[in-house]
Unconditional design. Structure first.
Length: 195
């Protein structure tokens, strides 16, 4: 008996990826390095913004394209949900725990970079919510980068957006956290399992 020919999904080993899959320790090390550098950059730039922009007017960096404008955001993106800061804080804690939990399976470099970016962004804004006024879980996030027709943002927000883009690319390419790839192949061989 010959099975109908068609297309099926199969899990292939990591030998089909463009580069060798690093060890778990290397992937976690890369994730930790990306996290540390970008988390520090976020906190450093926020401290500079608070110190130098609190009593100043807007500072134009690139004409009207990029302006430094200090604001404090009690809500989420686009200042949505400003009355629910505690909820956003708890969701950020949960998101950080999920990223750390999933990182146990990391072997792929791109996923490691994406997770490092995501964790830096989550923890950068969560730090503000924990330590800034008006108090723990209710603190306002420091935003200071302004583009035309776009909400004011910070380095942590950029990290989250770049991480989201990398995660979408990896999902579209079918690359799993461990570096294995979900590939499509044509089944031209007979099905021997049902004889």
């Amino acid at each position: 008996m010959q099975a109908a020919r068609g297309t099926s999904l199969s899990l292939d080993d990591s030998s089909l990826t463009n580069s060798p899959v690093p060890s778990r320790a290397r992937a976690l090390g890369l994730m930790a390095a990306v996290f540390a550098v970008l988390y520090a950059a976020d906190q450093f730039t926020k401290a500079l913004a608070v110190e130098h922009l609190s009593l100043r007017n807007d500072v134009s960096l690139v004409g009207d394209l990029l302006v430094l404008h200090l604001t404090r955001n009690a809500g989420a993106a686009f200042s949505a949900g400003t009355g629910h800061t505690e909820v956003f804080s708890c969701l950020a804690i949960l998101a950080a725990v999920v990223v750390l939990w999933l990182s146990r399976r990391l072997r792929d470099r791109t996923w490691a970079v994406a997770f490092g970016l995501l964790l830096a962004g989550i923890c950068g804004n969560l730090t503000d919510r924990m330590v800034r006024a008006p108090g723990p879980l209710r603190g306002h996030v420091v935003d200071f980068l302004m583009l035309p027709h776009w909400p004011i943002f910070n380095v942590a927000d950029m990290c989250i957006n770049v991480a989201a883009a990398l995660i979408l690319v990896q999902a579209f390419r079918g690359i799993r956290l461990d570096g294995s790839r979900l590939v499509r192949r044509t089944d031209d061989e007979p099905d021997t399992s049902s004889s």
